[in-house]
Write a protein that binds this ligand. Structure first.
Ligand SMILES: *Cc1c(COP(=O)(O)O)cnc(C)c1O
Length: 369
């Protein structure tokens, strides 16, 4: 039996006719940039995320970058960011000329630890960028309290956590403005690159609409130095077909995770995902940890099971950030997570037999160790 890391088939096969019809409608209408499809999806996603505004953009990285630009973050400013995120969160800060100030995560939830935040706040700190990593909501209550106490903004990186919540309130609705990604493998995925910003601020929403479209409201009149980062009509049409199914897909992800939890508990030194009280987890990824990560990954590969490592190198150890001179040992929790984490196969519609098969191969690794 071959079990891939990810399959789109159970999501996309039943929607094939509907999605192709939506694409054909855009094709025939001959309006390809910033039209009704983007407007309709933005309204639907704002409603879904329980915010006043959604601004569709080209990808998740642009969503974060343009948001920092709209907040007028720039050189000399410091932004607090997790030490163990996907590099996009750091890149957004670097693009506006500000300095990423890493904070270590809780070693079991993998999310920003509010207890470590205040120690790094300086007079130059402007904001905090929590990342709801792997799909679990950060402790947004304590994070918002710290931000308010110090007069900082919050920008959530909600790329992995569409539909997740902290104490009943959806991620992507706490920050001044928040970025998300519709990269194909994300919980809500387009058929290519796409992203969005969610905000309750009308002022930020207006600025972001200008920034994504050449700094222009009126064609050929440019108010600011803007970007070309528009959500495509085609991708918006596809996302509008998929959005109503997100809740069921999330439940299917949670069921797969529940089965993994059940099958994998107590195996060797294996550490399973831990959920903080108050948070929900939408399982963008099911990440386990072991000192024998590389050997376990090889064992799974040998038995036809696809896995990935999220992420093998933390941002501060990437060559792109070599100029920061953050040596090995600077952020030990992030480094430990990079050395021990392994993401198991998980997708909405993954069969329970497939989950048991993966679990029994993991089990055979620890039994024969
Ligand atoms: C995917 C992702 C992004 C970037 O999204 P793109 O659409 O690929 O640009 C940003 N942050 C996190 C945590 C992500 O997982």
């Amino acid at each position: 039996m071959h079990i891939p890391f990810l399959s789109f088939a159970p999501q996309h096969n039943p929607l094939r006719e509907e999605i192709l019809a939506a694409i054909a409608a855009v094709y025939d209408k001959q309006w390809y940039i910033l039209g009704d499809e983007v407007r309709v999806f933005e309204a639907a996603y704002a409603l879904y995320n329980q915010v006043n505004h959604c601004i569709g953009v080209a990808n998740g990285l642009d969503a974060l970058h343009l948001t920092l630009k709209a907040l007028q973050v720039g050189p000399g400013d410091e932004v607090i960011v997790p030490s163990n995120t996907y590099i996009a969160t750091w890149l957004a800060i670097s693009f506006v000329g500000a300095t990423p100030v890493p904070v270590e995560p809780n070693p079991f939830t993998y999310n920003l630890d509010p207890a470590y935040i205040e120690a790094v706040i300086t007079s130059r700190t402007k904001g905090i960028m929590p990342v709801h990593l792997y799909g679990q909501a950060c402790a947004m209550g304590p994070i918002m309290t710290i931000a308010e106490r110090h007069g900082l903004w919050v920008v959530e990186d909600n790329a992995q956590a569409q539909g997740s919540a902290w104490e009943g309130r959806l991620t992507g609705s706490f920050g001044a403005a928040n970025g998300t990604s519709f990269y194909p493998g994300k919980n809500l995925g387009a058929l290519g690159d796409a992203g969005a910003i969610t905000t309750n601020s009308e002022e930020l929403a207006n600025q972001l609409r200008i920034l994504r479209n050449y700094g222009s409201q009126q064609k050929y009149y440019n108010e600011v130095i803007g970007h070309n980062s528009r959500l495509d009509e085609l991708q918006a049409a596809v996302l509008s077909v998929k959005l109503p199914h997100l809740l069921v897909w999330t439940q299917q992800r949670q069921e797969v995770a529940r089965l993994y939890d059940q099958h994998l508990r107590g195996l060797g030194d294996l550490i399973l995902p831990a959920i903080e009280v108050g948070a929900t987890h939408v399982y963008h990824l099911y990440v386990v940890r072991t000192q024998f990560r590389d050997a376990l990954q090889q064992h799974l590969t040998k038995h036809g099971v696809g896995t990935l490592i999220h992420y093998p190198v933390p941002p501060h150890r990437q060559q792109a950030y070599a100029h920061l001179h953050m040596n090995l040992g600077t952020y030990p929790i992030a480094e430990e997570l990079a050395a021990t984490s392994l993401s198991l196969p998980l997708w909405p519609g993954m069969q329970s037999e497939q989950v048991s098969e993966v679990a029994s191969i993991v089990n055979s690794f620890f039994v024969n160790q």
